[in-house]
Design a protein around this ligand. Sequence first.
Ligand SMILES: Cc1ncc(C[n+]2csc(CCOP(=O)(O)OP(=O)(O)O)c2C)c(N)n1
Ligand SMILES: CC(=O)[C@@H](O)[C@H](O)COP(=O)(O)O
Ligand SMILES: [Mg+2]
Length: 622
Amino acid sequence: MDLLDNINAPSDLRRLSRTQLKPLADELRAFLLDSVSKTGGHLSSNLGTVELTIALHYVFNTPEDRIVWDVGHQTYPHKILTGRRERMHTLRQMNGVSGFPRRDESEFDTFGTAHSSTSISAALGMALAAKTKGENRHAVAVIGDGAMTAGMAFEALNNAGVHEDINLLVVLNDNDMSISPPVGALNRYLARLMSGRFYAAARSVGKSVLPGPMLELAKRLEEHAKGMVMPATMFEEFGFNYIGPIDGHDLDALVPTLQNLRNLKGPQFLHVVTKKGQGYKLAEADPVLYHGPGKFNPAEGIKPATTAKKTYTQVFGDWLCDMAQKDERLIGITPAMREGSGMVEFEQRFPERYYDVGIAEQHAVTFAAGMACENLKPVVAIYSTFLQRGYDQLIHDVALQNLDVTFALDRAGLVGADGATHAGNYDMAYLRCIPNMVIAAPSDESECRKLLSTAYVYPGPAAVRYPRGAGVGAVVDKALDTVPLGKGVVRRKGRDVAILAFGTMVAPSLGAAEGMNATVADMRFVKPLDTELVLELAASHHLIVTVEEGAIMGGAGSAVAEALAAAGVVKPLLQLGLPDRFIDHGDAPTLLAQCGLDAAGIAASIRQRLGKTEPRLVVNNI
Ligand SMILES: Cc1ncc(C[n+]2csc(CCOP(=O)(O)OP(=O)(O)O)c2C)c(N)n1
Ligand SMILES: CC(=O)[C@@H](O)[C@H](O)COP(=O)(O)O
Ligand SMILES: [Mg+2]
């Protein structure tokens, strides 16, 4: 690694000769594969951006020139070349390197990303800021073909295309993959652009942008295509100077093309073609499997997981197929998260009722609303954090019309390695205030199946929130039974202290109760709240405790507090939940313990509260 070891900043990279860039790419790719195989993380996307990353930092004067990476899961080469090589062994671990760009991690991380399709908007903001301030710097957005399917990307293109004198470059990293194979008309369009390989380049020959060999090829194509009408590409119709597609692994194409583009004013659009998993045969063959692997031996490849316990995602996937078997009105919808949401089998068994709408959460929600208007029963499988993208659609298009849409919210609560951007901490707070909404929080895998059925049967908007990974290992039957809507269950009878636990917090609350003989209720529903149970327990206990794996601000505990207040009941109330701050990446159980949300932490908070005498409303651990 004698080249890579001497690169601690892009300035070191820019001192290399052009001929040293290819061996550097080989070293970088080898380091990347070795490192990620030891830490886990996003692999196939990163293998695909090695040359592009080198070329961008080689041509642009980073960090003065800004590079904004869309999603940012493909920025490990960027991090390695910008002074974090020696910390990559801490990737996505507590206090370690983040898996996404973060402004507070490096000056080279010009914009925090992780939720997709924000890069063009941010880069345009930076480009117009530079113009406003009279600064001659460039802004570059690097966006994947998957991220390009989100509406926000087109909002930005539309806005950018009219600014003819800005220094903005959009690089489309087209590897013909999202996490799953890509979907939609844009993918077909890009394929047409690629099939007409270099036609676009031929069109641009007048701009003398292309390096020699490709210029020659383009001229030959131009000769061949004589007389053909060369339609403008969609990107040119948006006001961009479109160049490409070019080979995103060929540094002899990338570097001179970027150098030429850097000298052009106005919105530029470079279409590069890469391979997801490039340079590691197993990832090239299966970029889906190698999108976000855990630790593995590169010589052997990823071994199938042997965990005995079902994950909540698997519980959902099984339930979806079973309910679809029973009810032909069921439609399964995912915004580009087929594998992550557990819908692979559903697509195989019910292809005509399966829709992957691309990275388009806003569209997914309203698309479901349209189906519900026609008396189908759509189930939107969506990570809690990504539903944030479709929030107005949820209120305006679904809840306001009281339409029968079921939301399966995976990754609710802390997610661990992906950190604050992906944490599903806010759904109880952001859903609870919406009229007509039902919100269920299962305490284990069996409860999850029952609450999914209950939400599905409910003739209006209903959400079931469940965490990433496996639960307590509860046996899950094959029934499609429901439970009484809005009713909780007392799991343990005690006295003095009543712990009202929501979802994943039932298990640690039972553990905490052991040492203090407390009552534990599995509340099951955040909305409608089992107010009768709340008041009954408040009447018979001295301290009411609420516990939730969600933001304490406005969450389930607030629902209990509001119920007590509305009934005029004044009782000491202790609310435990995720504190009012962003919680970074790390090991989820450790992070929960740090928030006082494991059995020991819950018990300690209760003991501390019991140790005081004055009855006052306490919202602590913030
Ligand atoms: C708003 C949002 N929805 C979903 C995701 C999950 N996600 C992460 S990467 C990805 C696919 C991105 O595809 P592409 O942009 O082509 O990048 P590639 O992985 O191919 O390099 C998705 C759907 C996300 N990060 N943000
Ligand atoms: C980059 C991105 O947003 C996804 O790849 C996400 O990291 C998937 O999360 P899970 O690993 O929880 O499915
Ligand atoms: Mg892609």
